[in-house]
Write a protein of this length. Structure first.
Length: 94
């Protein structure tokens, strides 16, 4: 399984949804699982990004499906970054 970092910013619609239904955050994580990926870690952050999530998925196509599906709802904008462990990077450099 590959690891990806998802950086998310809520739209005004997303802020309203979160305010009226805070549990929606956990429901979205279940949606991610139904799309074939798994949220390993998630943080709410202050600044440019509202959330940082570490997601595991079998391949790039799966995480692309997650990003597009969540983004199409109009409540969030997502930037997806493939991530390597330091050991994976060092092995690739050998």
């Amino acid at each position: 399984m590959a690891t990806y970092i998802l950086l998310s910013t809520l739209s005004p619609q997303g802020v309203q949804t979160l305010k009226s239904n805070p549990d929606r955050l956990r429901e979205v994580n279940k949606d991610v699982e139904e799309l074939g990926a798994q949220v390993l870690h998630q943080w709410a952050t202050l600044g440019e990004w509202d959330f940082v999530s570490v997601v595991e998925a079998p391949d790039l196509a799966t995480v692309a499906r997650v990003s597009v599906s969540l983004g199409a709802r109009g409540s969030t904008k997502i930037e997806t970054l493939p991530a390597l462990t330091i050991d994976e990077l060092l092995a690739a450099l050998e």
